[in-house]
Design a protein around this ligand. Structure first.
Ligand code: FAD
Length: 325
């Protein structure tokens, strides 16, 4: 849905700029020092530490929603950082199991070292898969930009026997996704369908929102009928209404698929769907490395930027930059 008062062209330009900025590490370092950014971040990020995230997870469960937890971090540039990231997932899995919370996590391959050394990445993901299998936990490999699609699907295919409770993500923005979905349906893969959060070139991705939405609906219809417990990951009310209409028409009950939404986005809709008897899983990120994730959330809804700028200006007249963090 376009942002009220913002012409479509300006909105597309802003989205593209924000997605470019999301890749600038120096800006990320600066952003984490500005207190108001941090308070705005808390809308989308459950905490900077596991200890902060756990009460948020407990509250979400009490409200009848399921969760998948993401330890924030991506594009690590050393073997050590990748190992630390995998270790954090092991700690997270242990903490979730200990408290009887929903055993479901989401991770990114560039966080596990894909850009540093694919063998290291594979070993790290295998460690997480193994521990998750021991604890009966589900692991979803998030999908990053199109340059990672083959590696991501390939690694999942290699490791799915280590933890069959695992799955991948398909982005309707990518032109290749219909073919990927064909193959993944045949493999009985657990697919999360999303629109795609990355800035992608026209050669590989639809550039018009209407095209991305149309592709989403086509893939979703197929997955609901033929897929293995697909996850319809969107906040788009029109698409959600269509999913429900199809499910009701075809007799597809809540045990055959779930909705997924992001922490801090359309909480009202999340609760309404649960009240109507559908399963809703909330993607709950935590960690200090929130900058790229946060920028993608801003890009999805430029109205968020206006809100942030107003707060920064207000704060600029007051507190200024926090140099203690
Ligand atoms: C559970 C989950 C997991 C995801 N995993 C991945 C992944 O692995 N790889 C990937 O590329 N992308 C992932 N995404 C992000 C996804 O690709 C989209 O960028 C994002 O969900 C926005 O698209 P939308 O389907 O909500 O539709 P849109 O058409 O973008 O938005 C529909 C409506 O939702 C609301 N909305 C959407 N985003 C926001 C926001 N940030 N702030 C406030 N309101 C908002 C607005 O009301 C908007 O009008 C994931 C999304 C979800 C929900």
């Amino acid at each position: 849905m376009p942002t009220p008062g913002l012409p479509a062209l300006a909105e597309r330009g802003m989205r593209s700029t924000l997605l470019s900025l999301s890749r600038r590490r120096s800006l990320g370092r600066l952003a984490t020092r500005i207190p108001v950014t941090r308070s705005m971040v808390r809308r989308f990020v459950s905490g900077e530490t596991l200890e902060e995230a756990l009460p948020a997870l407990e509250r979400i469960h009490e409200d009848g929603l399921a969760t998948t937890v993401d330890v924030l971090g991506e594009s690590v540039d050393s073997v050590e950082a990748a190992t630390v990231a995998a270790d954090r997932y092991l700690t997270l899995l242990g903490a979730i199991a200990e408290r009887g919370l929903d055993p479901n996590v989401s991770l990114k391959l560039t966080q596990m070292g894909l850009d540093v050394d694919p063998a290291v990445c594979r070993a790290n993901v295998e460690r997480v898969f193994r521990r998750a299998a021991e604890l009966g936990a589900f692991v979803r490999i998030d999908m990053e930009d199109h340059s990672k699609t083959d590696a991501t699907l390939g690694l999942w295919r290699e490791l799915r026997s280590v933890n069959p409770a695992s799955g991948v993500v398909i982005q309707s923005a990518l032109r290749r996704s219909a073919a990927d979905v064909d193959r993944l349906i045949a493999e009985r893969a657990r697919i999360r369908l999303c629109k795609g959060a990355y800035k992608e070139p026209a050669a590989v991705a639809f550039q018009e929102k209407a095209e991305v939405d149309r592709a989403y609906v086509e893939l979703m219809d197929r997955l609901l009928v033929e897929g293995t417990y697909p996850a319809v990951a969107t906040h788009d009310p029109r698409i959600i209404r269509r999913a429900i209409a199809l499910a009701e028409r075809e007799g597809i009950g809540p045990e055959r698929f779930e909705f997924q939404m992001l922490y801090g986005v359309r909480r009202d809709l999340q609760e309404r769907l649960v009240a109507d008897g559908w399963t809703v899983r909330v993607y709950v990120p935590f960690g200090r490395e929130w900058y790229p994730y946060f920028m993608r959330r801003l890009a999805e809804r430029p109205a968020n930027v206006a809100f942030l700028l107003r707060s920064v200006l207000r704060e600029g007249r007051g507190q200024g930059v926090d140099r203690s963090a």
